[in-house]
Design a protein. Structure first.
Length: 398
């Protein structure tokens, strides 16, 4: 069989999983598969660890590893931002002026932080949705001597739906240990069925959040739309509430990466995202293009979280292998388990992801439950991310 070329765009969770899975499988089956990954950063990051940077002062080097080390798995890595994607001509160009053709294209370029979607949101507050901002938030938290803390999620969906609850309870426990008096309020969108974000994943996970929110007196307000943030008056204004703050921690609204903000890729029903179809994450028109990044989860019924990106990247890789030479059976996104913090403890949660043939979409959010709650899960979470990073660390290894 002639060699096939797979081009992977983005060196984050989706790009890492898809490229290494394809190379591992090619080795196993003895097939010739060129895999090239084009990304705009020298680093592979584990973004969930930016919470540890902000709260615990974890060093940035503990959250990242050199993306070029994917070459140890046979992946060719090019660090040069993608400028344009022409799926009709199977051509990708970079800002550095390079051009790449492909037999299969896998896109996982994450989402951008679209602060400008709301008045005042760019100027106000701090966050940990990129590494440098996580360091700034750490400084602010270390010098925080008490007052009103608002954790604001402007709209659904956002990266990691449980994040505001995780952050609020972790901070509450930390402040309580430090003897800092803080009045913490999570201001997050009301779900379409009227539920709060704490209730969104079903009764088992809801009970866990409620126990810790009550224990630490963290308030949770469901808003019906963010109107603006006023950085001068330090107030968050939503359609149904107003919240004064001394410290604002904000969650970014998701935006489409530039190369996907084109008619070929923009999802008409919700232009914040790029189109993809369930169950295999292919582009609806271009069968050789797979979209497995945060930018394309909502059109398939999934949402913006690394656990979904992980399973989506494997489904896409298997679909490519099946397409090439029947090397893999068609696959579906699998149930996901995630490890999370809550206050000074931790928990494991599982969501039973299923593909609904009647709607052609994945379903999952009413099928989630807690599988374990223990302070040990804090170590499991750290160990889980350390494992991903260690695969890309070869210090002193030839
Ligand atoms: C603070 C925080 C906490 C989180 N917590 C959790 C959690 O507990 N559990 C969970 O499951 N998920 C969590 N997530 C979400 C998870 O990190 C993302 O869902 C996942 O990383 C998305 O994978 P991706 O491949 O789409 O994008 P990313 O991992 O964001 O990677 C995108 C890649 O594309 C590259 N790129 C972007 N633009 C270009 C361009 N023009 N050209 C070339 N390359 C480009 C970037 O450099 C990057 O390498 C969290 C995220 C954050 C920020």
């Amino acid at each position: 069989m002639a060699s096939k070329k797979v081009l992977v765009l983005g060196g984050g969770t989706g790009g890492y999983v898809a490229s290494t899975y394809l190379k591992d499988a090619a080795r196993e089956y003895g097939v010739d598969l060129d895999v090239t990954l084009v990304t705009n950063s020298e680093w592979f990051y584990m973004p969930p660890l930016w919470l540890d940077v902000a709260v615990e002062g974890l060093a940035l080097d503990e959250t990242r590893a050199p993306i070029r080390n994917l070459s140890k798995y046979g992946v060719d890595v090019v660090v040069d931002p993608v400028a344009s994607i022409d799926p009709a001509n199977r051509l990708v160009t970079t800002e550095g002026g390079r051009a790449f053709d492909y037999d299969y294209l896998v896109i996982a370029m994450g989402v951008t932080n679209a602060w400008s979607r709301y008045e005042g949101l760019s100027e106000a507050g701090l966050h940990n949705y990129d590494p440098e901002s996580a360091l700034r938030l750490h400084e602010a938290l270390a010098s925080f001597r008490g007052g009103r803390v608002v954790i604001l999620a402007p709209e659904m969906p956002y990266r990691c739906g449980i994040y505001p609850l995780e952050m609020s309870t972790v901070l509450a426990a930390k402040f309580s240990k430090r003897g800092v008096r803080a009045d913490i309020t999570v201001v997050a969108p009301r779900m379409p069925n009227g539920a709060t974000i704490a209730e969104a994943l079903g009764p088992s996970i809801s009970r866990l959040w409620r126990k810790y929110l009550d224990k630490y007196g963290v308030k949770l307000v469901a808003h019906d739309g963010l109107e603006r943030v006023d950085p001068e008056r330090r107030v968050v204004v939503t359609r149904n509430s107003e919240h004064e703050y001394d410290l604002l921690i904000k969650v970014p609204p998701p935006g489409l990466p530039g190369p996907l903000d084109t008619p070929e890729f923009r999802f008409e029903q919700d232009p914040r995202f790029a189109k993809a179809r369930a169950p295999d994450f292919r582009h609806p028109t271009y069968d050789d293009v797979y979209l497995v990044g945060d930018h394309s989860m909502p059109p398939t019924g999934l949402t913006l979280a690394g656990v979904f990106i992980h399973t989506a990247a494997i489904v896409a890789a298997k679909s490519i292998l099946g397409d090439i030479d029947g090397l893999a059976e068609p696959a579906y996104a699998a149930p996901v388990t995630c490890a999370a913090y809550v206050a000074d403890s931790g928990w494991l949660g599982t969501c039973e992801v299923a593909y609904d043939t009647s709607t052609g979409m994945y379903t999952w959010n009413d099928k989630c439950y807690v599988t374990m709650e223990s302070p040990l899960i804090r170590l499991v979470k750290k160990g889980f991310y350390a494992g991903w990073l260690s695969r890309l660390r070869f210090d002193g290894v030839a």
